[in-house]
Design a binder for this molecule. Structure first.
Ligand code: BTN
Length: 241
């Protein structure tokens, strides 16, 4: 595994993609920075992280040819790898908030931004950006965010946490190609935040009550609403928390 460390950069996803545009990189090349100046989150959001306090890194994963409609396997494998790594590190009350936030209790401790390269009908590579809140002691304006240290009262060595996380990630990502997806989906479903509990969502600007039952093969959230099952893509529904 090749790990490249840079003191500061705009975004590790952007940085790794720039490197890829210039040169071929080995599968599972990791780019990690202490200070991310323009971190990017899902749906065009920013990812803000105090320099030197957290982990912000991106991993290149190459695929022979992963069909586009199986792309959610990447998200599932990464979420589960992080869930298992955090569990090994003793972080309590873990769950995966669909599609891929990692939670401890009601707090988000980790975000994932996956950017795929698609050729024809196949994903050939993914840049998997991961931000883990580790030793940061406050998140102003982000009431739903927390760090490992806030949750456990312990200060963490960033390199040791990275080491554990990368080992779980490598194992999880290696399993994608041979997977039929069923087992991974079942495990992922069993880790879902608020599964089987009545929850309020926003659909087309309206509040809708539903119960999370799992995800479909293509990664849509399956909700039971008034006794009927309906599935929603990420652009169609939001948690109303
Ligand atoms: C989210 O939950 O909105 C996703 C956040 C992803 C943040 C990570 S930090 C490392 C990598 N580089 C980025 O610019 N974003 C991801």
């Amino acid at each position: 595994m090749i790990i490249i460390k840079v003191g500061a950069t705009d975004s590790t996803n952007l940085h790794l993609k720039r490197m890829l545009a210039e040169t071929a990189l080995e599968d599972f090349t990791v780019l990690v920075t202490e200070s991310q100046l323009k971190g990017r989150g899902q749906a065009g959001a920013q990812w803000i992280s105090d320099p030197g306090k957290n982990l912000t890194f991106s991993v290149l994963k190459c695929f022979e040819a992963l069909e586009v409609n199986r792309g959610f396997l990447i998200s599932q494998a990464v979420s589960l790898a992080l869930f298992n790594a955090f569990s090994k590190l003793g972080i309590p009350d873990l769950s995966i908030k669909w599609p891929n936030d990692i939670m401890s209790g009601q707090k988000k401790i980790c975000g994932i931004l996956i950017e795929n390269t698609i050729k024809g009908n196949a994903i050939t590579q993914a840049v998997i950006g991961i931000g883990i809140n580790i030793n940061q002691d406050s998140f102003r304006g982000l009431p739903h965010a927390a760090s490992f240290s806030q949750i456990t009262g312990t200060e963490y060595d960033l390199d040791s946490v990275l080491d554990v996380v990368l080992n779980f990630l490598r194992d999880g990502l290696d399993r994608i190609s041979g997977a039929d997806g069923k087992e991974m989906r079942e495990t992922y479903d069993s880790c879902l935040f608020l599964k089987d509990r009545e929850t309020v969502f926003k659909v087309d600007g309206n509040e809708v009550k539903g119960v999370i039952r799992g995800v479909s093969r293509d990664g849509k959230l399956i909700l039971e609403i008034d006794g009927n099952q309906r599935s929603f893509g990420t652009k169609e529904i939001a948690f109303n928390l």
